[in-house]
Design a protein around this ligand. Sequence first.
Ligand code: CP3
Length: 346
Amino acid sequence: MSKIFVDACFGKETPYTPVWMMRQAGRYLPEYMEVRKQAGNFLNLCHNPKLAAEVSIQPLDIVGVDAAILFSDILVVPNEMGMKLDFLTGEGPVFEKPIKNQDDLDALLGGEEAASKLTYVYETIKILRKQLDERGDDKALIGFTGAPWTLATYMIEGEGTKTYNICKKMMYSNPELLHKILKKVTEVVKFYMEKQIEAGIDVVQIFDSWAAAIEPSKYDEFSWKYMVEIAEYLKAKYPHIPVIMFPKGIPAFLPSVYGKFDVFGVDWSTPMAYAKEQLGDKYVLQGNMEPCRLYSKEATTFCVESLQKTMGGKRHIFNLGHGILPDVPVENAKHFISECHRVSKK
Ligand code: CP3
C-alpha cells in the first residue's frame, strides 16, 4: 500500500499535506507518563519493545499525526558502542567516561558489532510494523538516528553543553581525532539504519540537532559530509525508503546543501520562503512551525495558514521546527494537526 506520508516525501501529489511532530511521543502526553512510570525510567522504556511500541503509537490515536516515530533515543548508539549512559532527572543524558583520546575511542565497539547490540530497537520496529499493518490506516513508521556530529558532541562532552568548548577544542587543535570519532560513528550508523530498514521502517530521519554549534565554513567538513555519506549509502541500497535530513539552525549553509536524499527538514529559525527559494526544487521541505506557537491556538493557526500559503500544498510535509515541549496542552497539539489537515485538504 502506498502511504500518503511516503508519497509526500517523494514529492507526489497527496489528498492533503501530511504532518507529524518531532518529539511527538513524550512527556506532554499523560498516557506517555503512565507508561514511563510502568517501565521505571526512560532508558528502561527504550529497552522494552512492547512498551516502546505502545508509546510510539500513542500520538497517532491521541493527536492524529500521519506518521509514528520509533520511540527510542539517539544516544542508545554510543551506549551500545560501550559508553555507560544515564539519564538524570532534570539534567538530561550523562556519559560516565567521555572520549578524551585515541585509546578511549579504540575501546569502543564499531561497525556491525555495535549495531547488532541494538536488538531492542529492531524488536520495537517489528512490533510497530505488525501493529500498523493490522490497523490498515495508512500511517507511516519513521526510524531515526542522530547525525555523527550530534552524537559526537555527547560522546566528547559527556553531557549536554551550551558552549561545546570541549569538542570545539578538539575540532581546532586535534581535528584528526574528531574525524576518527565521526568516521567510527558513521560506520555504526550505516549498519544501524540498514537494520532499522530491514526490521520494517518506512522512512529515515537523521537529526543533527546541534548543527548550529559549527561555524558555516566548517559545517560540511565536520557534519554534513558524514550525514550525506549515510544518506547516499542508504539511498543506493534502499531507493524506496525516503531519507529526511534535519540539521537544526544552519540557514547560512542552505546555499551549500548537496547530496542524494529526499526531504530537507527546515528548523524554525529559517524562513520557509527562503528554504523554498534555495532548496525547494531539489528537495521536499518539512517544517517548520516554531514549537512555542503551540502554547496559543491563534498563533498556531496563523502559522499553519502562512506555511500553506508559502508552500501551496506542494512538495511539503508539515512539522514543527524542532521538538514539542513537555508543557504544551494536548488539545493545542491536536489543534495544530487538524489545522494542517484543514488548510491543505484538496
Ligand atoms: O517522539 C519522538 O520524537 C521519538 C522519540 C525521541 C526521543 N529522543 C525520546 C526522548 C527522539 C526522536 C529523540 C531524539 C533525540 N534525543 C535528540 C534529537 C532530537 C531533538 O530533539 O533535537 C536528542 C538531541 C536527544 C538527546 C536527549 N534525549 C536529550 C538531550 C534528552 C533530555 C532532554 C529532554 O528533553 O528531557 C533526552 C531524553 C528524551 N528522549 C526524552 C524523550 C521522550 C525525555 C525523557 C523522559 O521521558 O524523561
